[in-house]
Design a protein around this ligand. Structure first.
Ligand code: NDP
Length: 312
């Protein structure tokens, strides 16, 4: 019998890659999105690529409204796996609006999916939540607190990525002047001024490839060893200058900033977070993460090819 997976926030950057993995593995996917037009667009894109894929949608306009997911779980008692990827995601929110625009929807959304499962998801065996590197650093673990305080019958796994980079699942979003928060990191560098010679010390962070992140959401649905784990994929540390250096090395004709190429790796080595993602690599059985250089090259290639195909 086909296994049914509920994926929340199905229109997101990471979520579209998760749909791709799920459909490739033959799962039936029920996504939640905020509007029918988003659902129609995603169905159309996947119909071209995976015509036999079983993909449908339910509308959840706002994950933070009480009982937001109840109607979905109630309507689909066949759901046995849940991946919760819906959450507002952006950097640079000022302290005053952080709570309302970010923390409230994120935490309420998580609470709402877990309570909907309690009420209507008696067959749910696995729950995978897209968390964040920030939740490791700051030890905010609402979902884990919830399952320790409530008797639940499913296994919880979290995926805790740092900056998620890499190509978009479908290039149509490249029509937008800016991309989703993390992918915009690279897109922004392609708009830099060739005469700019300052050292791009920001952003500074750890990175991972969106395709590995997507896979890590699906493996726990199948692999007993991943149940209960917190998965932390990292393919390297970077700053704006190391990204620029990789882009300039691989796309020599591009007219973008060179910055100050020297000393970039040293700057990253001195300033990035200490990390060790070897356990996640071992547990997942992936062998190696997609290398950061490939992540960058694939992102840039997709953007350039799209621009070339659409130049007037
Ligand atoms: P996107 O912004 O691309 O996707 C977020 C998804 O959540 C979209 O489908 C969005 O819908 C939906 N969503 C946001 N707020 C609401 C709301 N109030 N009600 C209903 N739906 C909502 O982000 P990513 O794919 O990059 O990130 C997905 C998850 O991964 C998030 O939880 C994020 O915190 C986490 N993460 C991401 C990282 C990254 O670098 N990208 C790093 C670490 C964690 P719509 O498109 O309609 O707004």
């Amino acid at each position: 019998m086909t296994t049914t997976v509920l994926l929340t926030g199905a229109s997101g950057f990471i979520a579209l890659h998760i749909i791709d993995v799920l459909l490739s593995k033959g799962y039936k996917v029920i996504g939640t999105v905020r509007s029918q037009s988003k659902a129609d667009k995603i169905i159309k894109n996947f119909q071209n690529e995976k015509p036999s894929g079983d993909l449908s949608f339910e509308i959840v306009e706002d994950i933070s409204i009480p009982n937001a997911f109840d109607h979905v779980l109630e309507k689909h008692p066949e759901i046995t796996k849940v991946i919760h990827a819906a959450s507002p995601f952006f950097y640079g929110v000022d302290k005053d609006s952080l709570k309302t625009t970010y923390l409230v929807p994120a935490t309420k959304g998580t609470e709402n999916i877990l309570t909907a499962i309690d009420k209507f998801g008696s067959k749910v065996e696995n729950v995978v939540i897209t968390s964040s590197f920030a939740a490791i650093v700051h030890r905010h673990k609402l979902a884990r607190k919830y399952i320790s305080e409530n008797k639940v019958s499913y296994e919880l796994t979290t995926v805790n990525p740092p900056f998620v980079l890499g190509p978009q699942k479908f290039e149509d979003v490249l029509i937008n002047p800016t991309l989703n928060t993390s992918a915009e990191t690279i897109n922004k560098l392609l708009k830099t001024d060739p005469s700019d010679e300052h050292f791009f010390d920001t952003p500074l962070g750890l990175a991972t490839d969106v395709r590995d992140v997507a896979l890590l959401h699906v493996l726990p649905l199948e692999d007993q060893n991943l149940k209960g784990k917190r998965l932390f994929p990292v393919n390297g540390a970077f700053n704006g200058q190391t990204l620029l250096n990789v882009i300039n090395k691989n796309f020599k004709d591009l007219k973008i900033a060179k910055g100050k190429p020297e000393g970039a790796e040293e700057h990253v080595a001195k300033n990035h977070w200490f990390y060790d993602s070897s356990k996640s690599l071992e547990w997942s059985g992936l062998g190696k993460w997609i290398p950061l250089e490939k992540t960058i090259i694939d992102s840039v290639s997709q953007i350039l090819e799209y621009q070339k195909a659409n130049e007037k």
